[in-house]
Design a protein around this ligand. Structure first.
Ligand code: JCF
Length: 698
């Protein structure tokens, strides 16, 4: 169930409903029953998929039921209730957000930055409670998203608001209703008359990557990080846009609870469990720690998992678990005394921007790179950071000489976050974008809406040539063993090669002349080049480095057109027919394939012996694995995961990353974990590595 999965709601495929001659339709008993059963099935499937992370029906089935529900609501609007699953697709656009005053203020948390800070927090708690025993803490990762309040009355979601200033927020009910894992109706038999659920709305890292990929493809704005993307998605007046964005929600506490069935729980962690039973999504990493030693162990554990989590976090939240102790502790100004947000070590630091250099990328994109006074941040010394493009430089308002705040999150490239204007020196100077390429002096242009400026030199530009050749030789492309980035630079600098095709004419005597190149390495390199000639059409297409044609697009092109010839002759309309290819990419491919220089290079490569098996031969539709959805998990020992993937795909299989009811086969290597478990639970066929290897050999 991906985002925006019900966009085809006009194409109703379910049973048809009669309407009276007057056109007004009143649903009969049977249809009401049908409607209710659709509703509960959809609720159940969404719960299994998004909350339990354990789907039981294929996406297509969910979509089909959703279309039936929407169609029924169109004919018989009186059936539609405020908790209808159809609201997951968004509704009418608003002209503005109304203000909402929170019944109970939404507090912030005190921050702790060191073990000492945490110890001081614990001591304050103990002193105030006149306790010397260990304190039990509820622990959870601190999500880097946006706090929201969601109100359920009689179990139905009636209102949702942003935190705002803690007192007054904005009514974002329509948007929150579209968030995939937010239930529109609570489950279970004991539901408070009114329940205010508080939690964090965020975007998964995966979701963020694919959103940005799509934005780029459409030539639209890309987001700087998942938090910004989540904030942008929540701010949409048109909830249909919000619905198309991969937002998620985790509940972390209750605000107002009222009615006959007031919660009986005595601890925060029990309360969360109850909320989970009502169908609310919770962070799976939450835990309870007895005393500060366990609390600090939890902190270290989460810190070490940080990069592996599919959402950004900036610390850990500890709460005194006992609710009666929370009440005794109370609040100071805007934060509770019973909680602390223990932050990870600074990922932001301040330093000085010494200079800006302009790098030229493979596609000519000119990237301003900040040269910084080296600074230790997030565990490493940083002396360069990207400034992305001219718009970003303008947005930051940064000048050379400025003090800037640098952020390094996880393993991402360091970013310049902001400028400390108070520290701007008198001699700070503007960052001037070159109008000519710093490498080849060709004109630099910015076309249309594009944020990036590009060198127009193409293969005449040495920087672009180098990058193109590096890409051509890289692992996912032709995978030329022994040809690293440094060697490519050397070969281009010595003018031994100008284009990727020239690699195939290198000779032993040329290579041994190179600095730091022995005879053995030279022979190995020539062998590597020879071996790389036998490739596949998808890899070859990818290796050409056409703008925005990544591995997946290259594969789709190959599958669609089958031969290089037909791709090179295709017009834009036909290119757009390919999965994943939109206007922009089609244009890039078309331009590439109609450039004489490019075609000459391709021809030279083929003459030199670059070859691939014909695509038709490989994908016989009657092959055993053709069209099958296969998941690889665990470690394989005789072949790499990507080799296995390539071979399976060449047999027409689809290789997927996650096990669901749609999966046909799971290949489980050493140390296969949760995916294997899930496959067994779902009764999906599982092969070991040996079986796979035997199959390939047969
Ligand atoms: O994950 C969070 N960002 C987060 C924020 C988690 C919590 O348990 C919070 C919070 C803000 C306030 N709890 C409170 C009381």
């Amino acid at each position: 169930m991906k985002e925006g999965n019900t966009k085809n709601k006009q194409r109703y495929t379910g049973p048809s409903f009669s309407s009276s001659a007057l056109g007004s339709f009143v649903a009969d008993h049977q249809q009401i029953q049908k409607y209710n059963s659709l509703k509960s099935s959809l609720e159940e499937f969404a719960h299994q998929y998004y909350v339990l992370d354990d789907p039981t029906v294929p996406d297509a089935e969910y979509d089909r039921l959703m279309r039936q529900l929407i169609a029924l609501e169109e004919i018989a609007p009186e059936l539609k209730t405020p908790d209808s699953p159809s609201q997951k697709v968004g509704g009418k656009a608003l002209s503005k957000f109304e203000q909402v005053t929170h019944e109970l203020p939404m507090l912030s948390l005190d921050n702790g930055f060191s073990a000492d800070d945490f110890a001081a927090f614990e001591q304050r708690v103990k002193d105030r409670l006149i306790l010397s025993d260990n304190i039990e803490f509820a622990c959870e990762p601190k999500l880097d998203g946006l706090a929201v309040s969601i109100i359920y009355e009689g179990g139905v979601l009636v209102k949702a608001a942003t935190r705002g200033d803690g007192q007054v927020g904005e009514n974002i009910t329509e948007n929150v209703k579209t968030i995939a894992n937010v239930p529109l109706r609570l489950r279970g038999s004991v539901i408070p008359e009114k329940l205010e659920v508080r939690g964090e709305v965020f975007m998964t890292k995966d979701g963020f990557e694919s959103l940005n990929k799509g934005q780029k493809e459409k030539g639209e704005k890309v987001f700087a990080n998942p938090r910004n993307a989540a904030a942008g998605a929540l701010r949409q007046l048109d909830s249909k846009i919000t619905a198309s964005r991969p937002l998620r929600f985790y509940a972390y506490s209750a605000g107002v609870i009222s009615g006959d069935t007031i919660a009986q729980e005595t601890t925060h962690s029990e309360r969360l469990i109850k909320m989970g039973e009502m169908g609310l999504p919770l962070c799976k990493e939450s835990d309870v720690a007895n005393g500060s030693i366990e609390a600090m162990q939890y902190f270290e554990k989460i810190a070490s998992m940080r990069n592996r989590l599919n959402y950004d976090i900036d610390g850990v939240v500890f709460k005194v678990n006992d609710l009666s102790l929370q009440i005794r502790l109370g609040f100071v100004s805007k934060a509770p005394r019973w909680a602390i947000a223990q932050k990870f070590p600074a990922q932001e630091e301040i330093t000085v921007l010494k200079d800006v250099e302009f790098q030229v990328g493979r596609t000519g994109a000119i990237t301003p790179v900040a040269r910084l006074e080296p600074v230790f941040v997030g565990g490493v010394t940083v002396s360069n950071a990207t400034l992305h493009n001219q718009d970003e430089v303008q947005r930051l308002g940064v000048k050379v000489g400025d003090s800037v705040i640098i952020r390094r999150a996880g393993d991402v490239i360091p970013q310049v976050v902001s400028v400390v204007l108070e520290r701007r020196p008198d001699d700070a100077r503007d960052i001037v974008f070159p109008s000519n390429c710093p490498i080849c002096s060709s004109e630099v242009i910015r076309t249309g809406e594009e944020a990036v400026a590009r060198c127009t030199g193409g293969m005449k530009c040495e920087a672009q040539r180098k990058e193109a050749i590096k890409h051509f030789a890289s692992r996912k492309a032709l995978d030329i063993e022994g040809l690293g980035d440094k060697l490519v630079e050397q070969l281009v600098d010595q003018t031994l090669i100008n284009t990727p095709a020239d690699l195939f004419h290198l000779t032993l005597s040329q290579l041994v002349e190179l600095e730091r190149m022995g005879k053995k390495s030279a022979v190995n390199l020539l062998q590597g080049i020879e071996k790389a000639k036998a490739t596949t059409l998808p890899k070859f297409l990818y290796s050409l480095g056409i703008r925005e044609v990544g591995e997946a697009t290259a594969r789709n092109l190959a599958m669609h057109f089958l031969t290089f010839e037909s791709i090179s002759h295709a017009d834009k309309e036909r290119l757009i027919d390919v999965d994943d290819v939109g206007e922009v990419v089609a244009d890039n491919i078309f331009k590439f394939m109609n450039d004489e220089q490019n075609l000459a290079i391709v021809e030279e490569m083929m003459k030199a012996g670059v070859n691939w098996p014909s695509v038709e031969q490989n994908i016989s539709s009657d092959h055993l694995l053709s069209g099958k959805i296969i998941v690889l998990t665990g470690t394989l020992s005789t072949l790499s995961r990507s080799e296995a993937k390539d071979r399976l795909m060449s047999l027409g299989a689809k290789v997927s990353g996650s096990v669901s009811a749609k999966t046909d086969l799971v290949i489980a290597g050493e140390k296969a974990g949760s995916k294997l478990k899930k496959a067994n639970e779902l009764g999906i066929e599982v092969w070991g590595e040996e079986q796979l290897v035997e199959f390939f050999a047969s």
